[in-house]
Design a protein around this ligand. Structure first.
Ligand code: SF4
Length: 474
C-alpha cells in the first residue's frame, strides 16, 4: 500500500496552485529537489517524512517562495512512485510543489493510472520525463515524455505539465535536437520548462536566448546541484546520465576536495549562490536545487539563496565574480565545443543582431548518408501504408527496421527509432553522450542522426511539429 493508493476513487478539491501562481506573476521561486524514497521505506514512514519536509518548506516560504520538486524513480532502482507518494501531503499543499512522472519501467497504461491518481488527488503540477536507464531495471520499458504530456493535455485540462530539457550539449546536432524536442513538448501542451543540472552558465543563457529568438515566452526553472563528494563520484561513474563535468571543472573540484570535506562543502555552497544569482540575471523564473532535502538545510538554503539574489547590483558585477570563482575554467568538456550564440555572458539580454550559429550540423551528414537518404526516400515514401511485411528486408538493410509493424520511417527521416533502446520516437533523451552517442549503447543516438539529416534537408521544423506515435499507439 503506497501513501496515495487509497485515493484512486476519491476526488479532492485542489488547493491554490501556489507554484503556478508564482510562475505567472514572475516571482522567483526556489524548489527543493527531493527524491521519492526507495521502495524499502514503509509507506507510512515515507509519508511522515514528506509531511515534515513540506512543513520545512512552508517555513522557508517566509523567506522566499519555496516548494518541493518530488522526483520519480530517480537515484533509486525502485522507489515509491512520486504521484502516489505526494498523496501524503495535505490536500491544500499539493500544488505548492512539482511532481515528476518517470517513464522508466512504466507502461503507458500505468502512466495513465498515475496521472488519474494525481487528478483525483488534485495534484496539478506534473513534470513527465522519459527516465534514465538503470542497471537494475527488471524490464526495458519506457513511456516517452511527449506522449505523457499529450495525454495530460487531452484528458486533464486543469493540470499544468512541464517540459524538461538538457541545455548542456556541446555539438550542434545534440544541442539542436534537445531544443527541437523542447519546442515539440511546448507545442504539445507544456506550460513551463525545467533544465537538467549543470554548471556552465553560458548554456543556460543560450537556452534563454534561443527561446527568445524563437519567441517562446515560457517560464524556465534551472536545475542546480549542490555537489557532495558522493554525488561527484556518482557523476564520474555515470550514475546521472546527461550531467557533465568538464576536465577543467573537475580539476577545480579535485583541488577543493583536497583541503577538507568542510571546505569542499563551503566551496559548493558559494558556487550554488553564484549560480542562483546568475539565473535571476539571465531571466530564469526560479531554481530547483538537488542535494539539500533535509528540513534543517531547507531553511538555510532559502536564506542563502535570498542573500545571493541581493548580493550583486548588476549583471556585469555578477559575471566578473562568477568567472573569477570558476578561475576562468573551461566548462565545455572538449575543445572547440559548439556554442549556439556568439558573445554568451558578454551581455545580459538577447540582441537579435547577435550571431546565431548553426554550423556544424551539415558537416555531420556524410556523403554516403546523403545518398542513403535519397534511396530510402524513394523506396519507403509510402511505407506508412504498407503491410508490416512490405519491403521488410530492404527496410532492415537500409533503415535498421526492427519490424515493429507500425512503420513511421516517413516521419523520422527514414531512420528507424525502434533502434533507440528506450524506443523514443519524438526526439532524444537528455542522456545522449557528448560525442553524440547513445546513453545506453555505443551506437550514435538515432535522434542525433535524424536532426542532422533534417537540417541538411532544410526541414528541421518537422522535428518540432510532428507527433510521432509509439509503436503501440495505432
Ligand atoms: S538512442 Fe538517443 S534517445 Fe535513445 S536512449 Fe540512446 S541517447 Fe537516448
Amino acid at each position: 500500500m503506497t501513501p496515495n493508493s487509497g485515493q484512486l476513487e476519491m476526488t479532492f478539491a485542489p488547493g491554490e496552485n501556489t507554484f503556478k501562481n508564482n510562475l505567472d506573476k514572475g516571482i522567483f521561486t526556489l524548489l527543493i529537489e527531493h527524491d521519492s524514497p526507495g521502495a524499502d521505506v514503509a509507506p507510512e514512514e515515507a509519508g511522515r517524512r514528506l509531511v515534515l519536509l513540506d512543513q520545512a518548506v512552508q517555513r522557508a516560504s517566509e523567506i522566499m517562495p519555496t516548494g518541493l520538486a518530488i522526483t520519480d524513480q530517480y537515484n533509486f532502482s525502485h522507489s515509491h512512485r512520486a504521484a502516489e507518494y505526494a498523496g501524503a501531503l495535505p490536500p491544500e499543499r499539493r500544488n505548492a510543489h512539482l511532481i515528476y512522472l518517470s517513464g522508466r519501467e512504466t507502461t503507458f497504461e500505468r502512466m495513465v493510472e498515475l496521472i488519474q491518481l494525481c487528478r483525483n488527488a488534485g495534484i496539478r503540477n506534473l513534470v513527465p520525463v522519459s527516465g534514465d536507464f538503470h542497471n537494475n531495471m527488471t524490464r526495458n520499458v519506457f513511456t516517452e515524455d511527449v506522449r505523457t504530456i499529450k495525454w495530460i493535455k487531452e484528458n486533464y485540462p486543469d493540470a499544468s505539465p512541464g517540459a524538461v530539457v538538457n541545455p548542456y550539449k556541446y555539438r550542434a546536432d545534440t544541442q539542436f535536437a534537445q531544443f527541437f524536442k523542447l519546442i515539440k513538448k511546448l507545442k504539445t501542451g507544456s506550460g513551463f520548462v525545467v533544465t537538467q543540472a549543470g554548471w556552465d552558465m553560458r548554456k543556460l543563457q543560450a537556452l534563454k536566448w534561443y527561446m527568445e529568438y524563437r519567441n517562446l515566452d515560457f517560464p524556465v526553472i534551472a536545475r542546480l546541484m549542490l555537489l557532495t563528494p558522493r554525488s561527484l563520484e556518482q557523476i564520474r561513474n555515470g550514475a546521472f546520465p546527461g550531467i557533465t563535468v568538464s576536465p577543467d571543472f573537475e580539476a577545480i573540484l579535485h583541488n577543493e576536495l583536497a583541503f577538507s570535506a568542510k571546505q569542499f562543502e563551503a566551496a559548493q555552497w558559494r558556487r550554488l549562490e553564484l549560480q542562483a544569482a546568475g539565473c535571476k540575471f539571465l531571466g530564469f523564473s526560479g531554481i530547483q536545487i538537488s542535494g539539500v532535502d533535509t528540513p534543517d538545510k531547507i531553511r538555510l538554503t532559502a536564506m542563502r539563496i535570498k542573500a545571493a539574489l541581493r548580493e550583486f547590483s548588476s549583471f556585469d558585477q555578477w559575471v566578473e565574480e562568477y568567472c573569477a570563482y570558476q578561475a576562468k575554467a573551461e566548462m565545455a568538456p572538449t575543445p572547440n565545443s559548439f556554442m549556439m550564440f556568439e558573445g554568451l555572458l558578454s551581455r545580459q539580454y538577447f540582441d537579435p543582431t547577435v550571431r546565431f550559429c548553426r554550423n556544424g550540423l551539415f558537416s555531420n551528414v556524410k556523403m554516403q548518408d546523403r545518398l542513403l537518404y535519397f534511396i530510402k526516400s524513394m523506396l519507403f515514401k509510402h511505407c506508412d501504408g504498407q503491410r508490416p511485411s512490405g519491403r521488410r528486408i530492404l527496410k532492415k538493410i537500409l533503415a535498421g527496421c526492427s519490424a515493429c509493424g507500425q512503420c513511421r520511417l516517413h516521419d523520422t527521416a527514414f531512420i528507424c527509432t525502434e533502434k533507440c533502446p528506450k524506443k523514443l520516437a519524438n526526439g532524444p533523451c537528455g542522456g545522449v553522450r557528448q560525442n553524440g552517442r547513445c546513453e545506453i549503447s555505443s551506437a550514435m543516438c538515432v535522434h542525433s542522426k535524424i536532426t542532422a539529416i533534417r537540417e541538411w534537408r532544410h526541414d528541421p521544423d518537422k522535428l518540432e511539429d510532428i507527433y510521432v506515435p509509439a509503436n503501440d499507439e495505432f
